[in-house]
Design a protein around this ligand. Structure first.
Ligand code: IDP
Ligand code: MG
Length: 136
């Protein structure tokens, strides 16, 4: 049974800075994701605060927003069967030291805060996050 979905992926500043964008995009393509749209942007701290609003009560919220707005990021709409779950699997655990072999965070992540990629955690959030970056 096919369940084609779209999800939002972000290549975070640590990975863009290390010139890993092309390698990470190839990982998505090799895992059957189609990149429907992509753009490289630098967001402001207040935009990052809006994007990560669900985390506003967390102790790491301020650092997280500073970080996401610290340099260019690549945002993409990814499409495939079960895109939301499959992207989360490909990304691996939030903490790269706990991520499984072969996952993007294991391969590229530096630390829990510099973990190279973001991916929507539900279909509902995927829609919101896609709108956030791509609604004109
Ligand atoms: P996720 O990115 O795997 O969905 P979330 O819990 O949604 O993880 O957290 C969002 C981002 O906040 C993470 O990717 C990570 O960069 C950062 N983060 C999460 N937990 C911590 C923490 O305990 N310390 C510092 N940063 C954290
Ligand atoms: Mg999350």
């Amino acid at each position: 049974m096919n369940n084609i979905q779209q999800t939002l992926s972000i290549i975070k500043p640590d990975a863009v800075e290390r010139n890993l964008s092309e390698e990470i995009k190839n990982e998505f393509k090799n895992n059957n994701f189609d990149i429907l749209k992509e753009k490289k942007v630098k967001i402001s701290k207040s935009e990052a605060e809006k994007f990560y609003q669900v985390h506003q009560t967390k102790p790491f919220y301020n650092d997280l927003c500073e970080y996401l707005s610290s340099g260019p990021i690549v945002v993409m709409i990814l499409e495939r069967n079960e895109a939301v779950t499959e992207n989360r699997k490909l990304m691996g655990a939030t903490d790269p030291t706990k991520a499984e072999e072969g996952t993007l965070r294991k391969k590229f992540g530096i630390s829990i805060d510099k973990n190279s990629v973001h991916g929507s955690d539900s279909l509902e959030n995927a829609k919101k996050e896609i709108d956030f970056f791509f609604k004109d």
